[in-house]
Design a protein around this ligand. Structure first.
Ligand code: HEM
Length: 317
């Protein structure tokens, strides 16, 4: 879907969008809260925990796997495959590309098996809806079915994991902000927009020029690959005043972290909802939470910005 133009993109997006209707996504709130509480229940009392390992990674995987109707026992395997697959972006190291190709093949074979087992009696989940669309005519080819499942699984969690980690580090690095949000939890959705703006999980996207063109004095030839920096756009002083400042109470936040135009992220409402519940719970449940390492190490992938570990010290209420 990501790399298609209309009319194929329009057809595929319309089919998949049915599973992401705003009202349906909002109805997932109670279940997402249960998952978040379950993540915290596994956390030991003292002295702290790694937010990436205990919450930011498992939460989005559990949510998207449940939406797709995939078994709980496979969650760890999804994390491993998708980490290997996205490691490919931003490196030309042949060993990493080979491992990513192998992981992609394994994931496609996995979906082939799942889809075959669901055929004939598809459940009312995302994969079931896509199977019905595929069987209902030539609207969806088998290749589109497998690649859409892969996209949803990978896009559905790698990014939200980073939003939770990047947002929490931005918040905890600045004394007093978490307390202000705890006193005013209604501002959490706005704070999440600022987290998205300030440390976008997806740093850039790409397009290919369809014809020779000029843009702001730059010449492009047909077929040129153009890298568009989301991170730079979010810190454009013409879009937001004092863009280098992280301010969860900033008004009229302008950010393009979910992209722009026809490929605007299909999972934006889901990501926002998961992040809202995660931050509400973190802030209320652990009022004295602080970073164990004030400057945690960022991953090196130039396209996906995130932390491999985010240890915090805390005291439970
Ligand atoms: C914080 C979390 C997320 C971020 C920052 C994010 C970011 C993005 C961006 C930047 C794009 C557009 C890429 C482009 O134009 O080249 C995109 C597209 C997409 N995202 Fe997300 N995403 C997030 C969460 C999700 C989730 C939770 C799902 C699904 C469960 C999802 C599914 C998709 C899909 C299917 C597309 C392709 C849409 C199309 O091509 O029409 N994303 N996302």
């Amino acid at each position: 879907m990501l790399s298609l133009d209309p009319p194929d993109h329009t057809r595929l997006r319309k089919l998949v969008s049915r599973g992401f209707l705003y009202k349906f996504i909002q109805s997932l709130e109670p279940r997402i809260q249960v998952i978040v509480d379950g993540c915290f229940d596994k956390v030991g009392r003292e002295p702290g925990f790694d937010v990436i390992d205990c919450l930011a990674k498992p939460l989005p995987v559990i949510v998207i796997a449940e939406m797709m109707g995939l078994p709980d026992s496979d969650h760890k395997q999804f994390e491993t495959w998708s980490e290997v697959i996205i490691d490919r972006t931003g490196t030309s190291d042949p060993a990493i590309h080979k491992a990513a190709d192998q992981a992609s093949r394994s994931l496609i074979q996995y979906f082939q098996r799942i889809i075959e087992s669901k055929r004939g009696n598809p459940d009312d989940d995302l994969i079931g809806q896509l199977i019905l669309a595929e069987e209902g005519g030539d609207k969806l080819s088998s290749y589109e079915l497998y690649s859409t499942c892969m996209l949803l699984l990978i896009a559905g969690h790698e990014t939200t994991t980073r939003l939770i980690g990047n947002g929490l580090v931005s918040l905890l690095q600045r004394p007093g902000l978490a307390e202000k949000l705890r006193a005013n939890p209604g501002a959490i959705p706005n704070a999440i927009e600022e987290m998205l703006r300030f440390e976008p999980p997806v740093q850039s996207t790409e397009r290919f020029a369809k014809q020779d063109m000029e843009f702001h004095g730059h010449q492009f030839r047909r077929g040129d690959r153009i890298i568009l920096s989301i991170a730079a756009a979010n810190r454009d002083p013409e879009a937001n005043e004092v863009p280098e400042e992280f301010d969860p109470f900033r008004e009229n936040i302008r950010q393009v972290s979910f992209g722009y135009g026809i490929h605007l992220c299909l999972g934006a409402s889901l990501a926002r909802l998961e992040a809202k519940i995660a931050f509400e719970s973190l802030i209320q449940r652990f009022p004295e939470m602080s970073l164990a390492d004030k400057e945690p190490a960022w991953g090196t992938n130039p396209f996906f910005r995130g932390l491999d570990r985010l240890p915090v010290n805390l005291r439970d209420r």
